[in-house]
Design a protein around this ligand. Structure first.
Ligand code: PEP
Ligand code: MG
Length: 602
């Protein structure tokens, strides 16, 4: 991109940098989290065709909902299908369709825009209703309208990926599944009004390794499509219409980062061993199959967490078949080498992804998600388990896959899941289908109940995986994706540190392996504390591996232990931050120079 001729004054905003790196590009402003609605004025001669396009979308939507209803009825019985039946009724409602068509004609608008407008109008009407039940039906209208817009705009984020190369997406929010579909060859980065460091959209930005800034609050009202924008995913700075001096400054910074990346590749073979000789496992968290090459580029010790729910969001039907899953898990087993891969059973629900037929919940982070959902839809869970067991078939190097159960809050959940796994083994045996029977079953420790019950849980589990994202969220009662409380989402809060130590000590006493797979493991300052608390097995976003490798190689475990012992005895997060910051200078000048590092401790 050329240095822009400056017309408008430079404007600086600030948010939360969630994936490091500088991106310089052109604003593409999108209207909704799905990124599909753009206002187009149509010439009058195109209006009939636009209405025909809308009618066709309604037909496709009806067919999809009917198919989903049939599928769900087969998988779950009649219990859940009433929601989809309501959707079908709405799609058949003549008056709603008529309103959309009138809007298209009267405003010479594209169908996506018309659907959005009519939906907003209906939602206003529903908001006035005093009856709770009827008012709640507003969420069904939103669902139906999203479906129509998705069909009208083509599959997934087609619009976003058809952008000119060099776009920076600006949106109120991006759904994790939409972010997961972005093409990093075209989209240089994104900025959103909402969000937090550990939200799933931010995690996806790090998987794709594209600079991103979230929680800028009013970015969508400050920019226009086509403007030049710079984002710094390390510091959270966003600069609109940069001056030539600013432009030059960030261009140089971007060049330095590119050189650093080359340097990282040179260091990829260096062992992750502390100065006093302790090995630390650096594994990769994987969400998308495309990430596999990144994982190899950074020389990860296998896959410490595969977030299988993204397989569901990327499957055309929303429910990948056993064979589709088998292929995916087999691929992961093969790619992850002798260290293998940990397949976390689907953590659908929460702020991530939803299955058809399940209504959005009022408080999804505490709702019917993860293992709770798995146990309530056992057919679907069993399909996933069968696929994992088949893919985990023995190789020369032994079983390369492990199963990880997310969001466990009760021992009975593990027992019930194990029963389903045993049933699946029996079925596969009876069918003479090749599979493994001694797959290890791990438990994610990420809710306070699991921390408190760590010892009895350890008797049921082959290993623990500390999910510090949900753990921080639930110990501190702070929504991980809410920019309003972002400053309170703090894994260095002494309460979180004490919870981690409690679990780490329990795992050691019970002699079961424990790793950390939350975002703390990607954050150098926090990793020092983790090491000091006894954790030596870390799974992180692959692009964080070089920085963590450098950190590990630059410290003594002894120093980390002293630091952690002191930090954990402090009583406020501010004291911990001041203390860690003040003592980091002991830890090697080379590492301290990294912007990544200093950013995280402030
Ligand atoms: C966590 O909660 O720390 C975790 C690794 O899982 P997720 O971020 O997918 O909820
Ligand atoms: Mg979690």
């Amino acid at each position: 991109m050329r240095t822009p001729a400056r017309k408008l004054p430079e404007e600086r905003l600030e948010g939360i940098g969630v994936c490091q790196g500088v991106a310089i590009g052109t604003v593409f402003l999108v209207d909704d989290p799905r990124g599909r609605i753009v206002r187009v004025f149509l010439p009058s001669e195109q209006l009939d065709a636009e209405i025909a396009r809308f009618r066709e979308a309604v037909r496709i939507a009806q067919r999809q909902v009917q198919e989903a209803t049939d599928r769900l009825r087969a998988a779950l019985g009649g219990e859940r299908v009433y929601i989809l039946e309501t959707h079908l009724l709405m799609l058949k409602d003549y008056s709603i369709g008529q309103q959309v068509e009138n809007f298209i004609r009267e405003n010479q608008a594209n169908a996506e825009w018309a659907v959005r407008d009519v939906t907003n109008h209906l939602l206003d009407v529903y908001a006035q209703i005093t009856d709770d039940y009827l008012r709640e039906r507003g969420s069904d209208i939103v669902d139906v309208s999203h479906r129509l817009i998705k069909i009208l705009s083509g599959t997934k984020t087609r619009d976003l990926n058809e952008l000119a190369v060099g776009a920076i997406i600006i949106a109120d929010d991006l759904l994790p599944s939409v972010a997961a579909d972005l093409d990093p060859r075209r989209v240089l980065g994104f900025v959103t009004n909402v969000g937090g460091w550990a939200s799933h959209t931010s995690i996806i930005a790090r998987s794709l390794n594209i600079p991103a800034v979230v929680g800028v609050r009013d970015i969508t009202s400050r920019v226009r499509s086509g403007e030049t924008i710079i984002i710094d995913g390390t510091t959270g700075a966003v600069i609109i219409n940069p001056s030539p001096e600013t432009y030059r400054f960030y261009s140089e910074q971007r060049e330095r980062q590119q050189q650093q990346q080359l340097h990282d590749i040179e260091e990829r073979e260096l062992p992750a061993v502390t100065r006093d000789g302790y090995e630390v496992k650096l594994r990769a968290n994987i969400e998308l199959m495309d990430e596999i090459d990144v994982f190899q580029r950074f020389n990860a010790a296998g896959i410490g967490l595969y977030r299988s729910e993204f397989l569901y969001s990327q499957s055309a039907t929303g429910l990948p078949t056993e064979d589709e899953q088998y292929e995916a898990y087999k691929f992961l087993a093969e790619m992850s080498g002798k260290e293998g891969a940990v397949i976390r059973t689907f953590d659908l629900g929460g702020d991530k992804l939803h299955l058809e037929g399940f209504k959005p919940e009022r408080n999804p982070a505490l709702g019917l998600r993860a293992i709770r959902l798995s146990l309530s839809i056992q057919h679907i869970f069993r399909t996933q388990i069968r696929a994992i067991l088949r893919a985990a078939e023995h190789s020369d190097e032994g079983v390369r896959l492990k199963i990880l159960l997310p969001f466990v809050s009760n021992l009975d959940e593990i027992r019930e899941a194990k029963q389903i796994i045993a049933d699946a083994e029996r079925e596969l045996r009876a069918e003479r289908m090749p599979h493994a029977e001694d797959v290890e079953i791990g438990v994610m420790v990420e809710v306070p109940a699991a921390v408190i019950m760590a010892e009895p849980l350890a008797r049921e589990a082959d290993f623990f995986s500390l999910g510090t994202n949900d753990l921080t969220q639930s110990v501190l009662a702070v929504d991980r994706g809410n920019e309003n409380v972002n400053a309170l989402f703090d894994p260095l809060h002494p309460a979180v540190l004490r919870a981690i130590k409690f679990v780490s000590d329990a795992a050691q006493r019970m002699r079961i392996p424990i790793n950390v797979c939350g975002e703390m493991a990607s954050n150098p300052a926090q990793v020092i504390i983790l090491l000091g608390l006894g954790l030596r097995d870390l799974s992180m976003t692959p692009s964080a591996i070089p920085a963590i490798r450098r950190l590990v190689r630059s410290i003594d475990l002894n120093t980390a232990q002293n630091l952690a012992a002191h930090a954990i005895a402090l009583t406020t997060p501010a004291e911990v931050h001041r203390y860690v910051q003040a003592h980091l200078s002991d830890l090697g000048a080379q590492f301290m120079a990294s912007a990544h590092f200093t950013h995280f401790v402030s």
